[in-house]
Ligand binder design. Structure first.
Ligand code: GLC
Length: 437
């Protein structure tokens, strides 16, 4: 990737770096066994047995307008739906395979309806697309790293034509980018071992993607995975290195820089419980507080949070997920200004929480109550005014006898009458807006 290409990437990803918060949606046949989207692989389920779910998939209560309303309420600005996961089942009416939602009892183009519903709410729409396909006869079976038939020598690869597979795979992407209007993100998943880059004919693929929809942004998994980022972190990324890095189920310690020390756009994808696809028994839900703090952490390191929901077989987002997202939304209503269009403050992480910043507005996210004043390290003389973000009430800089020995720092109290900073005004994350001189 040349410098101009990096400049193009910066322009292309601007909305994405401002949006900061998105909804990931993992939905497919695997919501029926309800043991996660890898169930075919982990349990080595033969295709014929998996068809049972295909014959049953009804999506009976699928109402993407409800999903979109929930995403909007939560303050999410974009969404990414699994058009196809590794099992090869397609949620759209593809002409290239019969293994699609329109041939199940659902009988609907679920992707088209999703796109319409989310666009109507003003939410940018992306599609997750698995470049791995466990259903396609020309995709390697025996000996592959994770194919459901990987241990079955009867499923050898002698008569499999990988080029035919690539034609099919590229063809499906062409369909999605020609028949469904403007797509904002193509979220490819994933590369492994020698199955990466040129193996996928990634140059041809990205050229096609760009010629069809030049603005589309892509993740980095035509080369990488959650395990390895590919050339996006090098001084010379390939053309298909992706527009953003996508760490999975973790938030990188200092955000993401390339080997030259330049910031790379990134997005942490994280589940709400411990599964991507619907999992009936997994009640390991993250609290709204945890979600807000993950989001704040991402933004404080120049990154996004793509938070996952896994709708059930009927097409309902689990009630627990909806409740968490609604509470996150309440916090976002009052504090979204400290998230959208914000990034790293270029200051060390403070003892009591985190900073985010947008121009001359510095946001102190106070996560831990403090005994006395809240310290803004080395900020003496640099502050014009301080306000509680949620209600814009005034917060005065503290000038108290016990702070006299710390003239280089600025301090404020959350409770000026008692000269302390507990309890927090908002136990989830009390945001204080500091206008800098
Ligand atoms: C993975 C998994 C997967 C999930 C994805 C989300 O690499 O294969 O099931 O869709 O990560 O990031």
């Amino acid at each position: 990737m040349t410098n101009t290409n990096i400049a193009e990437r910066t322009a292309r990803t601007q909305w994405f770096r401002e949006a900061r918060f998105g909804m990931f949606i993992h939905w497919g046949l695997y919501s029926i066994p309800a043991r996660g989207e890898w169930v075919r692989s982990t349990e080595r389920i033969p295709q014929e047995d998996y068809l049972e779910y295909f014959r049953e998939f009804s999506a009976k209560e699928y109402n993407p307008r409800e999903w979109a309303a929930l995403a909007k309420k939560a303050g999410m600005k974009y969404a990414v739906l699994t058009a196809k996961h590794h099992d090869g089942f397609c949620l759209w009416d593809t002409k290239l395979t019969d293994f699609k939602a329109t041939n199940t009892p659902a009988g609907r183009d679920l992707v088209r309806e999703y796109l319409e519903a989310f666009r109507a709410e003003g939410i940018r729409t992306g599609l997750y697309f698995s470049i791995i396909d466990w259903r396609h006869p020309d995709f390697p079976h025996y000996g592959d790293r994770q194919h459901p038939m990987r241990d079955n020598p009867k499923e050898g690869n002698e008569n499999r034509d990988f080029n035919r597979y690539l034609e099919f795979m590229h063809g499906q992407i062409r369909e999605l980018l020609t028949e469904y209007g403007k797509i904002e993100i193509m979220w490819f998943d994933f590369s492994y071992a020698d199955m990466k880059g040129s193996k996928w004919k990634a140059q041809e693929l990205i050229d096609m993607v760009r010629s069809l929809q030049p603005h589309v942004i892509t993740d980095n998994r035509l080369e990488g995975s959650g395990e390895e980022s590919g050339t996006i972190l090098t001084a010379n990324p390939s053309d298909f290195a992706g527009d953003f890095a996508c760490p999975e189920q973790m938030i990188p310690p200092k955000g993401i820089l390339n080997e030259l020390g330049d910031p790379v756009p990134w997005e942490a994808c994280i589940t709400l419980n411990n599964h991507w696809g619907y999992c009936a028994w997994d009640s390991h839900w993250k609290s709204p507080e945890m979600v807000v703090r993950m989001l704040t952490e991402c933004v404080s390191k120049n990154g996004n949070l793509l938070l996952n929901v896994g709708p059930d077989a009927k097409g309902r987002i689990p009630r627990e997920s909806a409740e968490i997202l609604e509470q996150v939304g309440r916090w976002m209503d009052e504090n979204g200004e400290s998230i959208y269009c914000c990034g790293a403050a270029d200051m060390e992480k403070p003892e009591w929480g985190r900073f985010t910043r947008k121009g001359n507005k510095l946001y102190a996210h106070v996560l831990e109550a403090q005994a006395g004043g809240i310290c803004l390290p080395n900020m003496a003389g640099k502050i014009e005014k301080i306000r509680l973000l949620s209600d814009r009430s005034e917060i005065k800089q503290a000038n108290y006898w016990n702070l006299a020995e710390y003239p280089e720092h600025a301090f404020f109290f959350l409770n000026p009458m008692s000269s302390d900073s507990y309890p927090l005004r908002d136990p989830i994350d009390t945001v204080v807006e500091i206008t800098l001189k």
